[in-house]
Design a protein. Structure first.
Length: 284
C-alpha cells in the first residue's frame, strides 16, 4: 500500500522526504511553495537530488504534487485565466523535477457564469497548457465537495472536462473521500456502488491519486471540512462523519490499489498532527 500525507517543502525535497519517513509513510504530497500565492523558490534551491536519493534509499515513491489554490481555470476574467494557465504549466515542470507523475489541481469556480461555461473554460485552459509542451505527468482533476460555484461536484462534470481535452493521455483524477462524501456520494454504505459509478462515468483507468480524509459534515452538505480519520467528540478538531471503518475499506479496496493514498487531515495544534498514527491504523 502506498500511503502518506501532505508534508512541508520549506526545507526542500529532502526535508519533505524525511518528514514523510518520520510518519512511517512510503509516499507523500507537497505543494512546491505556498498554496495561496505564486511565490516559488527555484527548483535548484529545493535540494531535489538529496531528496530523490533519500526516497530511493528508504522506499518512498510515486509522490504527488498539488497545484496552488489560486489557479482558477474556470474564470471568465482574462488576467485570472492567464495566470492559471501560466502557473499550471510551470507547476507541471516543477512536479516533474521532483520525480512526480501527478499534479493535482482543483478544476476551478465559474463565479458569475454557469457550470457549462466553467467546464468549457477549464478544458480550454488545459488544452493550451498541454499544447505548450508537457513532461510525462498527469493533470489530476480533483473531485470537489460542491461548495459555491466550484466545478467538479460530481463525476459527470469531471468527465465532461476530460471529454473536451484533446490529449487525454495527460488527464487523471484525484478522488477525495471528504469531497465525494460532502458532494453526496455514499462511500459509507455503498462504496462498491460509488466505485462502479466512477468507473462507468470516468473510468478507473483515470484514477491516479486518492486523498484520504474524514468529514466534519453529514453526507451531501457541500461544505468541504476535513476531519481526522474516525475522530469522535473528544477530538479537538471535531467528529468524523465518514468513520474509520469506511475509510479503511477505501484504502484496502482491491479496485483502488496501486495508487498513492494521501492524508490531508487536520493538525491538532501547530506542532502536533496524527499522520503517523493514522497511517499505522489504516495499514492495519
Amino acid at each position: 500500500m502506498l500511503i502518506g500525507s501532505h508534508v512541508s517543502i520549506s526545507k526542500g525535497l529532502i526535508g519533505a522526504a524525511e518528514e514523510a519517513f518520520s510518519y512511517g509513510a512510503n509516499t507523500f504530497m507537497v505543494y512546491t511553495g505556498a498554496p495561496q500565492n505564486t511565490v516559488r523558490k527555484p527548483v535548484s534551491e529545493l535540494k531535489t537530488d538529496e531528496g530523490l536519493a533519500f526516497m530511493a534509499e528508504h522506499g518512498i515513491e510515486d509522490i504527488v504534487v498539488h497545484a496552488p489554490y489560486i489557479i482558477n481555470l474556470a474564470s471568465y476574467k482574462d488576467d485570472t485565466f492567464t495566470l492559471a494557465k501560466d502557473f499550471l504549466h510551470k507547476e507541471a515542470q516543477r512536479a516533474a523535477a521532483f520525480g512526480s507523475r501527478y499534479l493535482v489541481v482543483h478544476p476551478g469556480a465559474y463565479t458569475d457564469k454557469t457550470a457549462e461555461y466553467g467546464i468549457n473554460r477549464i478544458a480550454e485552459g488545459i488544452n493550451e497548457v498541454i499544447s505548450r509542451g508537457m513532461p510525462d505527468i498527469f493533470i489530476c482533476l480533483e473531485t470537489m465537495a460542491g461548495k459555491g460555484s466550484e466545478v467538479g461536484r460530481n463525476f459527470d462534470e469531471l468527465r465532461r472536462i476530460i471529454d473536451l481535452v484533446d490529449k487525454k493521455e495527460y488527464m487523471g483524477v484525484c478522488f477525495d473521500t471528504c469531497h465525494v462524501h460532502d458532494s453526496g456520494y455514499d462511500i459509507v454504505n455503498d462504496l462498491d456502488g460509488v466505485i462502479d459509478e466512477f468507473d462507468k462515468t470516468i473510468g478507473l483507468d483515470r484514477l491516479k491519486v486518492l486523498h484520504i480524509n474524514g468529514s466534519l459534515n453529514p453526507r451531501g452538505a457541500r461544505k468541504d471540512r476535513h476531519a481526522n480519520i474516525g475522530a469522535d467528540g473528544t477530538n479537538p478538531k471535531g467528529a468524523d462523519n465518514i468513520g474509520f471503518e469506511a475509510i479503511y475499506r477505501v484504502v484496502h479496496h482491491p479496485r483502488l490499489q496501486g495508487h498513492p493514498f494521501i492524508l490531508e487531515t487536520p493538525w491538532i495544534s501547530k506542532t502536533e498532527n496524527l499522520y503517523k498514527a493514522e497511517i499505522a491504523s489504516l495499514r492495519g
